[in-house]
Design a protein around this ligand. Structure first.
Ligand SMILES: Cc1cc2nc3c(=O)[nH]c(=O)nc-3n(C[C@H](O)[C@H](O)[C@H](O)COP(=O)(O)OP(=O)(O)OC[C@H]3O[C@@H](n4cnc5c(N)ncnc54)[C@H](O)[C@@H]3O)c2cc1C
Length: 556
């Protein structure tokens, strides 16, 4: 419900005050909800939760430009609640239009979802749930892929996402840490309105999937509320995954995202230290980036793993010495359960790890965004496709793993582990899934000849590429994909040590390489931007071959 209210607030703000109005409305919502969290935590004597809510409120009061009086940085949660005791009412009042809109939606949902059977009835109706890498590619190809031989006039495409823009996820930590990201042009390439991706064609619905039936989806502003029913001939499920902390956003607008990162930088500047929970790809990049842009801050990582990047064989040996040189401390084998009242990480064994009063980031295990598939209104044949962890079971063609569900595809992070070559769920895999889905959809509607396709990720270790940023002066390159060999600076040595990349197996090639900064934050986002916005396939062709020949192969 809270997410629904936030989205309604943003949409009401957008209608009355444009992008700034949407961003202001999201800030109002966040202040109101944090005030609620603080009072609830104090009432429940939950010191850790009160610490977190009070820290968030201090940040809004001191840097958020939301009209609250400043609060001392070291004020305890009770003092924060006292300082803000008269502030709740105006913020609740500002949420009135959003509450009205939400109430109207719930009434509408109770009366039965609005049915849209006529829309695009003579065209092939394709609904895409989620516009990350996978969904953005499917939506782009089916609305603007004419140069690829796709008759886009044959499709009525509806893209549903909880926000108005595609986010180039690998850049988000840098967008947060580097205050010069805007002037470097990173925002333009990393946050792209869906309208631009679909070139004004198709339909964009800002909302959330609530449930899926065999021939229609139920949508609302948040999971749980279904006020709208959209029929489909083909469905593509690619709602991805979420992290704790503000890594993938629950917000709606680009403006609100920028503002939340500006606020975050102010918080980091004034925090005495930083704790990062986790040591996977996101946690590692986060710790190194924060050290690069806030060099004076002590940083501690706390992880239950035994090293950095545990899913990438051999990575820890290269990253650990670098972390130590940079002064990043890592606590290994410590499973964090919650934050204590001093803001430290409280572990399963009862120890307190990390630095007190630090700004803490949780970058541990992501979760699939699949709650709507487990909703009681989702048909059981479809909810039966979820594995025990909530990921979607697909076959190699990216169709759901049931003979009667061949018209429903899934791609990207939402998919079960078998859809990925190594343990990491990656952008690279989501892109492969996206193009595979397009090719197979074209085959099903009779627009393409030949066999069904599968992404090279399946059963083919030679298809991975990862660029892990380690601050702004170094990074780790890891690949098993022979097409990426030219990016390695120590090619000859790697070939001598591990053999040609095509034969190196899962160990692949790996090196520390300062060019990662350029590859990850300039070269790849530019290629994706040119493709999605300018409809320019040049770089995509270089990476993935003409007509994505390196990405997909025939199913035998
Ligand atoms: C910080 C960071 C760095 C990374 N770096 C790399 C890297 O260098 N290389 C690499 O290969 N991978 C990297 N990854 C992983 C990569 O970003 C993901 O694998 C990729 O984003 C997955 O794409 P996706 O299309 O599956 O979904 P996502 O990117 O997760 O997008 C899902 C979309 O669905 C929407 N959505 C969610 N729920 C709903 C709902 N109920 N209804 C409607 N819409 C919904 C979301 O708003 C979102 O737009 C990184 C990830 C992070 C977080």
């Amino acid at each position: 419900m809270a997410r629904s209210l936030r989205r309604h607030a943003s949409l009401c703000g957008l209608a009355s005050g444009g992008a700034r109005g949407a961003s202001d409305a999201e800030s109002n919502f966040l202040v109101a909800s944090k005030l609620f969290d603080l009072h609830a935590a104090l009432a429940a004597s939950d010191g850790g939760a009160a610490f977190i809510a009070a820290s968030d409120l201090k940040a809004f009061a001191n840097f958020g430009a939301v009209g609250l009086s400043p609060i001392a940085a070291d004020a305890a949660p009770v003092a924060v609640a006292a300082a803000l005791s008269g502030s709740a009412a105006p913020f609740h009042e500002k949420l009135t239009p959003a509450l009205e809109a939400m109430r109207a939606e719930i009434f509408c949902a109770a009366a039965g979802a609005l049915i849209e059977l006529e829309k695009g009835a003579r065209k092939k109706r394709v609904v895409v749930l989620g516009g990350g890498f996978c969904g953005a590619i499917v939506a782009h190809e089916l609305t603007r892929g004419d140069s690829q031989g796709i008759d886009t006039e044959e499709f009525a495409v509806t893209l549903v996402d909880t926000k108005e823009f595609f986010e180039f996820t690998p850049s988000v930590l840098r967008l947060m840490a580097d205050e010069k990201a805007e002037e470097k042009g990173m925002w333009k390439k990393s946050a792209i309105e869906f309208e631009k991706i679909m070139g004004g064609k198709g339909e964009l619905i800002i909302g959330s999937a609530a449930a899926v039936r065999r021939d229609h989806v139920l949508l609302g502003t948040a999971a749980g509320v279904a006020s709208r029913m959209v029929p489909f001939d083909y469905l593509v499920i690619c709602t991805g995954s979420s992290y704790q902390s503000n890594i993938k956003t629950e917000g709606t607008s680009i403006e609100a995202r920028k503002r939340s990162f500006a606020l975050e930088r102010e918080r980091i500047k004034t925090a005495p230290a930083i704790n990062v929970v986790g040591s996977g790809l996101v946690a590692t990049e986060l710790a190194f980036d924060l050290k690069a842009f806030f060099p004076e801050k002590p940083i501690e990582m706390i992880t239950r793993s035994l090293g950095f990047l545990p899913r990438i064989p051999g990575a820890n040996e290269r990253v650990a010495p670098l972390a130590s040189t940079h002064g990043i401390k890592i606590n290994l084998g410590a499973e964090v359960m919650h934050v204590d009242e001093q803001g430290r990480a409280s572990t399963r064994s009862g120890d307190a790890k990390g630095l007190p009063n630090a700004r803490s980031f949780w970058a541990t295990g992501y979760q699939p965004n699949s709650a709507f598939l487990a909703d009681a209104r989702t048909e059981s044949i479809i909810s039966g496709m979820l594995d025990s962890a909530g990921y979607v079971r697909t076959i190699e063609t990216c169709q759901l793993d049931h003979a009667d569900l061949g018209h429903i595809f899934a791609g990207g992070d939402i998919c079960h582990a078998g859809a990925f070559t190594v343990g990491e769920r990656t952008m690279n895999a989501a892109i492969k899934h996206g193009f595979t889905i397009v090719k197979n959809l074209l085959k099903l509607v009779g627009m393409r000849e030949g066999k069904m396709k599968k992404p090279l990720a399946h059963f083919t270790p030679g298809s991975e590429f990862l660029a892990v940023s380690l601050g702004n002066t170094n990074g780790l390159l890891y690949a098993t994909d022979p097409n990426t060999a030219s990016l390695f600076s120590t090619k000859a040595a790697l070939e001598a040590e591990r053999g040609p990349l095509k034969d190196a197996g899962i160990k692949g090639w790996m090196e520390l390489n300062p060019a990662v900064d350029y590859i990850k934050f300039v070269m790849i986002p530019s290629a994706v931007y040119n493709y999605l916005v300018n409809n320019d396939y040049t770089s995509m062709d270089q990476f993935y071959g003409k007509e994505q020949a390196y990405l997909t192969i025939d199913v035998v």
